[in-house]
Every structure is written in C-alpha cells, then in structure tokens.
Design a protein around this ligand. Structure first.
Ligand code: AMP
Length: 203
C-alpha cells in the first residue's frame, strides 16, 4: 500500500506520517529528512535551496525517491511525506508506482506560521515538539531519547513565508490530480484527533 501525505508546512503531516507508518507497518519516507541527512556533494547542492525554503530541482528529487522506493523496507508499502510537491513530480511518480490513497492535512496559513515559529526538532530521532502547543517534559530535551531539541534552519520568518507560497502555488494544485483517492483531514484539531480521523478514513 502506498499512501501520500500532503499538507502545508506545520500541518503535522510528518508527525502523523511517522505514527501511522509504524501502526500500519509501512516504511516512512520523508524527503525533507532524507535531504537533511545528506552529506558531501549532495549536501552542498541542496543546502542553499533548503535554507531559503525553495524546492530542490525535480530531476535530483526524482532520482532520490526512486532509489529510496527500491529499498527492501518499501516492499510492503510506504507513506510518502513531502513527495510529490508539484505536478512534474506527481506525473513522474505515476510512472513508477500505484498510489492507493492521498491524505490532505489542512491548516490555515496563520496557524502554520504560529506553529512553525515555535517548532523544535530532536536532532537525533527527528521527533517534533512545539514551544507552545506540544512542549517536551524537560526544556530543549527530547522525551523519547534525551536528544537535544533544535530549531530547523528553514524555520525563519522569510523561509516559512517562501515555503507556504510554494505550497499554495505548486503543491496544492496537485490535489486535483488525486481527486478520486483523496481523503481530507482537518489538521487544526489536536494531534490525537487528527490521527484518529486518518485511521478511521483509511479503514
Ligand atoms: P520538509 O521537511 O518536508 O518541510 O522539507 C524541507 C525542505 O526540503 C523543503 O523546503 C525543500 O527545500 C526540500 N524538499 C523536501 N521535499 C522536496 C520535494 N519533494 N521536492 C523538492 N524539494 C523538497
């Protein structure tokens, strides 16, 4: 089973994709996480795009996703979190894999800006917290593995605005490409309620 999660930055799609992939025993492919782990030449290439909130060129992104989908943990299926992000990527994906469901997690821009401003990420396991709405038990320390919590380098005001603009212009329009398999979820509800809604609609 292949499920795509689509939503603006801050919608909680990463948190939900991680939880639901564990629950359904599917691989979790976050293209943002794959790129943040890049080293050497690849890191040099992608850093300037990521830090300014721009999309990595399609050719490179498609190569990365193809390689990742070929890994053995994807044989049972996967949740794609952050791919595709424009119509070119969606059309390329259609050529390599059948998609079962697309989950759109929606929140307003105001809520996205509010959430991203306070987002903290564990630099070891990638768990996501929020300074206001989802605080760790101990300040700046991950509840799960004790890792240090940091702000993402692309969570600056300018980069957040650029990313939301790209979402509306390039990513949102691909939802009509998936209209027959689309599930819409209100991402402004509490995390647990969003998870419940997704699982209910997937059943
Ligand atoms: P995310 O963690 O999903 O918010 O992604 C962080 C950044 O990684 C984005 O702002 C882009 O610069 C880059 N990125 C992630 N996924 C893609 C993609 N499918 N296409 C192009 N760039 C991407």
């Amino acid at each position: 089973m292949i499920i795509i999660f689509i939503g603006p930055q801050g919608s909680g799609k990463g948190t939900q994709a991680k939880y639901i992939s564990e629950k359904l025993k599917l691989a979790h492919i976050s293209t943002g996480d794959l790129l943040r782990k890049a080293t050497g030449k690849l890191k040099e290439k992608v850093d300037s795009y990521m830090n300014t909130g721009r999309l990595i060129p399609d050719g490179l992104m498609i190569k990365i996703i193809k390689e990742r989908l070929n890994k053995p943990d994807c044989h049972k299926g996967a949740i794609l979190d952050g791919f595709p992000r424009n119509i070119e990527q969606a059309e390329e994906l259609d050529k390599i894999i059948d998609i079962d469901k697309v989950i759109e997690i929606n929140i307003s821009d105001e809520e996205a800006i509010r959430r991203l401003g306070g987002r903290l990420t564990c630099r070891d396991c990638g768990a996501v917290y929020n300074e206001r709405t989802n605080q760790p038990r101990q300040k700046d320390i991950c509840d799960k593995d004790g890792g240090r919590l940091t702000k993402r380098s692309d969570d600056t005001e300018t980069a957040i605005k650029a990313r939301l603009e790209i979402y509306h212009k390039e990513t949102f329009p691909i939802l009509s490409h998936y209209k027959d398999i689309l599930i819409k979820i209100n991402g402004e509800n509490p995390i647990e309620k969003v998870t419940e809604d997704i699982l209910e609609k997937l059943n």
